[in-house]
Design a protein around this ligand. Structure first.
Ligand SMILES: CC(C)(O)CC(=O)SCCNC(=O)CCNC(=O)[C@H](O)C(C)(C)COP(=O)(O)OP(=O)(O)OC[C@H]1O[C@@H](n2cnc3c(N)ncnc32)[C@H](O)[C@@H]1OP(=O)(O)O
Length: 258
């Protein structure tokens, strides 16, 4: 499928989506968001793909929503098109794990898009921020909620109220990113991580992702209850039998995704 704002490739069992509007620092225009949704739909439907990587360029993962495109919207435009919900949250609906590989700027909607992924690997050049306040608005794609859950109220509030950026080291200390990788190795390392996930049992990966995500949506008791039921369900899979047999027989498991 031809895309104008993203590059879509596969690397073995990994689906790779590269945001590709270099002149606008990958600003997230409506067409890009539409294309991203189509690419995610394709990878979700592809039985060969076990994990997805979303990345940008060396200079920018994404510098936010396209300011020039949204500047003249009226309230009624924003309300009727459900501006920012529509399409943006597609990544949060993926069952396959989506990893953000972030180098350079991840600002505004760029930071929000990275946070919608399952986890973030950051280059040492990464800079995260919610600078919407500096252009007379507030985060509208989940930033006030996901950043607060990721780094706590104090840091999130400071960033949202001042627009200050966080570098990669601060983002790692605060728990926003899982780890930092030298910029030159970011994509290879992220694909390696995605390949490892893709080599695991697909249904078990889905269960694990569902259980971790529940931690953000439920009480502790409800989350632990869901985890227990999913854990018990794993015993209904062929892959649980295979994984545990392979351990005892000191060999690698051959998962069948069943
Ligand atoms: C999703 C919501 C609801 O939460 C809302 C948002 O996301 S609002 C957007 C939040 N993001 C920002 O406010 C960041 C805006 N960009 C910048 O502050 C700077 O571009 C920078 C600090 C990231 C980089 O600065 P610099 O290296 O000096 O490059 P520039 O010359 O500024 O940019 C190069 C080129 O890209 C265009 N650009 C950058 N960001 C955006 C954007 N978000 N929307 C549209 N276009 C963007 C910039 O205009 C330049 O293009 P030209 O004007 O030279 O054609």
């Amino acid at each position: 499928m031809p895309f104008e704002n993203i590059i879509v490739e596969t690397r073995g069992q990994v689906g790779l989506i590269t945001l590709n509007r270099p002149k606008a620092l990958n600003a997230l225009c409506a067409a890009l968001i539409r294309e991203l949704g189509q690419a995610l739909d394709t990878f979700e439907a592809d039985a060969e793909i076990g994990a997805i990587v979303l990345t940008g360029s060396e200079k920018a993962f994404a510098a936010g929503a396209d300011i020039k495109e949204m500047a003249s919207k009226s309230y009624m435009d924003a309300y009727l098109e459900d501006f920012i919900t529509n399409g943006w949250e597609r990544v949060t609906k993926c069952r396959k794990p989506v990893i953000a590989a972030v180098a350079g700027y991840a600002l505004g909607g760029g930071c929000e898009m990275a946070m919608m992924c399952d986890f973030i690997l950051a280059a040492d050049t990464a800079k995260f921020g919610q600078p919407e306040i500096t252009i007379g608005t507030i985060p509208g794609a989940g930033g006030t909620q996901r950043l607060t859950r990721a780094v706590g109220k104090s840091k999130a509030m400071e960033m949202v109220l001042t627009g200050r950026m966080m570098d990669a080291a601060e983002a790692e200390r605060a728990g926003l990113v899982s780890r930092i990788v030298p910029a030159a190795d970011l994509l290879d390392e992220t694909i390696k991580v995605a390949e490892r996930i893709a080599s695991m049992s697909r249904p078990i990966v889905y269960m694990a992702k569902e259980a971790v995500n529940a931690a953000f949506e439920t009480t502790l008791a409800q989350g632990v209850h869901l985890e227990r039921r999913l854990f018990q369900s794993a015993f209904a899979t062929e892959d649980q039998k295979e994984g545990m047999a392979a351990f005892s027989e000191k060999r690698s498991p051959a998962f069948k995704n069943r």
